[in-house]
Design a protein around this ligand. Structure first.
Ligand SMILES: [Fe+2]
Ligand SMILES: [Fe+2]
Length: 314
């Protein structure tokens, strides 16, 4: 199947596209139609559904994958698809969402299983039970959730990718700093951003539409502490375990002005913060490198608060 970039004017094509924007408009003859901006990873094109029905308006909304057949025309110098046939794409079509929206470089199912195997290495049964409960209870959302709305890992599967990468770097650092408690490091990594699933509302494409009311009023740190409190009490976990897990979550932003009311007071919490920053910054550096020409400075990267340089040195 072709991509937008490969289309030429005049050809009839079958194509899978993602609806980026859908808007109901009224034409010059006072007839309603649906104006669509369609996209794939190679570009965007406009299309219109002239046969407006309430069902069509309901069905063809932003972030829906469609299969369309039509003739490619040019309008105002831009390609436009004159749709003959249209339907919502189904799984049996074999088209993958990953090809339409920025996604993590690993399959979600793989990353989830890897994270579960880290959780299985936690020896303290209370810690393991709390971590496993949250991973299982939230499995459906974890498969597609990003780790942020705009900042680092704001991609489909970004939450899993962020946690999976942090677990691997945390594991390596625990080999060096052998006095660290790996149960707390692994649990801290898995739990620190768990409440982002409640803080933000995201769809199956990994796109955040908004912050929830609770997310705006409390934020993922306090929401995370509540999560641990709820499950900890439920399983009658050791009080020290609940306290330490809450401290890991509470202090992971490090400073009051960055959202943490307390600084890390156990070494595992100190490490957790740095693992978080390393992973966020490496993600942003890599992304900046990909959109910067060699031997050039990038635009200012807002999250890094600086321009970055891409060398051609191998
Ligand atoms: Fe956070
Ligand atoms: Fe994080």
């Amino acid at each position: 199947m072709k991509t937008i970039k490969e289309l030429s004017v005049g050809e009839t094509t079958d194509i899978f596209l993602l609806i980026k924007h859908a808007e109901c408009k009224v034409g010059s003859t006072n007839k309603k139609y649906i104006d669509l901006v369609l996209c794939d990873q190679t570009g965007e094109m406009n299309a219109k559904i002239w046969d407006h029905t309430p069902e069509a308006e309901q069905m063809y909304q932003a972030n829906v994958l469609i299969k369309a057949r039509g003739v490619v025309k040019e309008w105002n110098g831009q390609p436009q698809l004159n749709i003959d046939k249209l339907r919502v794409a189904v799984e049996a079509d074999g088209c993958k969402i990953e090809n339409f929206v920025p996604s993590a470089p690993f399959e979600s199912a793989f990353m989830y299983e890897e994270i579960v195997s880290f959780a299985n290495r936690i020896r303290n049964t209370d810690i393991q039970t709390i971590v496993m409960r949250l991973l299982l209870d939230n499995k459906e959302k974890l498969m597609y959730y990003p780790a942020a709305q705009k900042n680092h890992h704001s991609i489909r599967g970004g939450w899993l990718y962020h946690i999976y990468t942090m677990l691997r770097s945390g594991e390596k650092l625990c080999e060096i700093y052998t006095f660290l408690n790996t149960d707390l490091v692994f649990a801290g990594v898995i739990l620190h951003d768990m409440a982002k699933l409640e803080e933000m509302n995201a769809n199956a494409l990994g796109i955040v539409s908004e912050y929830s009311i609770e997310g705006q009023l409390l934020g993922h740190i306090i929401q995370g502490i509540n999560m641990v409190d709820r499950i900890g009490r439920d399983i009658k976990a050791d009080k020290e375990v609940i306290l330490l897990l809450q401290h890991l979550i509470l202090s992971h932003h490090y400073k009051g002005e960055w959202g943490s009311p307390k600084v890390p007071m156990i070494p595992e919490a100190e490490l957790l913060h740095h693992l978080d920053v390393i992973d966020a910054n490496m993600f942003d550096f890599k992304k900046a490198m990909e959109s910067t020409d060699v031997n050039q400075m990038s635009e200012k990267i807002w999250t890094l608060q600086r321009k970055v340089y891409r060398t051609d040195l191998n």
